[in-house]
Ligand binder design. Structure first.
Ligand code: UDP
Ligand code: MG
Length: 326
């Protein structure tokens, strides 16, 4: 008989006193149902990660831990941001569960997608992305900036799942591999596709935040976008190189035009040499910057020290099957 899997839901929480009790109530109801149906083990739990909140978030987590089943807590000593807090939680559960789901504390992502994610897990998928069906509840501004961002990421060559935030299920082995990435500029949405294994998506409708306010003001969103691009792509550096090449081409055209004017019209002394050198030097400087940038890009990739590959299984002569993880 198949072993009933242990589920850990990881909830990063920053100043979420207004939503946590309700969040816990909804998640607990789901746990009760899933345990009764034999879909998850009774030792399954919910890990609330307090990301250095200054309000009553941690006392509420402690109280939930004391008075209700399932609730567990991880208290970070200071605010480190959503991505780092989420990774801290995932790292804490990686050895203590069979599958982990990450979800925001405000439950904008429909918890009813979790049973469907578990079904996918049972079918043998290691990573199940929660994907928003539509973004009606988001503001016009947020919807469009998000869309532009996904397009830009794609153009930059970053693998990412469209309309997927950090709502996903990962098996323990996928999680363990994710935790071997050592980089500090975390952009989990870009890292998870690098894990490999079988992946799939479940679709859900995104709700409004039911209490409290967004912890992602425009400034943070912009930083997040810049982090996402610069952690995965050296394309901006290459662009400098190509702009330099365009400048040199323009320099050639300008040179012809300047010489033409120099010989045929009466031009101010010094104008011709200035015009030519201006474009040519500009182009050469940009190309040089691009070349230096290319090396810096290589160094950047090296210092990130990402794992080169993830081995799923290895067939050898002496042992019939060797698996990296069972
Ligand atoms: N969050 C966090 N640390 C931060 C900011 C946010 O742990 O510094 C958490 C927050 O508590 C929530 C999740 O990240 O669980 C997403 O934040 P929010 O719902 O405010 O973002 P939005 O849905 O508006 O993008
Ligand atoms: Mg939210």
């Amino acid at each position: 008989m198949q072993k009933i899997p242990i589920l850990a839901v990881v909830v990063p929480s920053y100043r979420e006193e207004a939503v946590l009790p309700e969040t816990h109530r909804r998640l607990s109801a789901l746990y009760d149902r899933l345990i009764a149906a034999g879909q998850i083990a009774p030792s399954s739990y919910i890990l609330y990660v307090n990301d250095g909140s200054t309000d009553a978030t941690w006392p509420i987590i402690c109280e939930l831990h004391r008075s209700t089943p399932y609730a567990c807590g991880l208290n970070l000593a200071g605010n480190v941001g959503h991505q780092q807090a989420l990774l801290a939680g995932l790292q804490a559960v990686q050895q203590r569960c069979d599958m982990a789901v990450s979800i925001d504390a405000d439950l904008q992502d429909d918890v009813e997608a979790i049973p469907r994610m578990i079904e996918c897990y049972n079918e043998g998928y290691d990573i199940v992305y929660g994907v928003r069906r539509e973004r009606k509840t988001d503001t016009f501004f947020k919807r469009n900036t998000a869309l532009a961002f996904y397009r830009l990421m794609k153009w930059m060559g970053v693998k990412s799942v469209y309309n997927h935030a950090d709502y996903r299920l990962m098996s323990s082995r996928a999680l363990q591999f994710l935790c071997t990435f050592r980089e500090r500029n975390l952009y989990l949405r870009g890292l998870v596709p690098l894990v490999g294994y079988r992946t799939t998506c479940v679709y859900y409708n995104r709700e409004k935040r039911f209490a409290g306010e967004s912890k992602y003001p425009f400034r943070k969103m912009l930083n997040f976008a810049i982090d996402g691009i610069t952690s995965f792509s050296v394309k901006p550096v290459r662009m400098i190189f190509w702009i330099g090449c365009i400048f040199v081409l323009i320099a050639l055209v300008v040179t012809l035009w300047t010489l033409h004017s120099y010989f045929l019209h009466n031009v101010v002394p010094g104008w011709s040499s200035l015009m030519i050198s201006l474009w040519l030097v500009g182009g050469v400087v940009l190309i040089s910057l691009g070349i230096v940038g290319e090396y810096i890009g290589k160094i950047y990739i090296e210092v990130k020290d990402r794992p080169r590959y993830n081995v799923e299984s290895l067939l050898m002569r002496d042992e019939s099957v060797m698996k990296q993880s069972e």
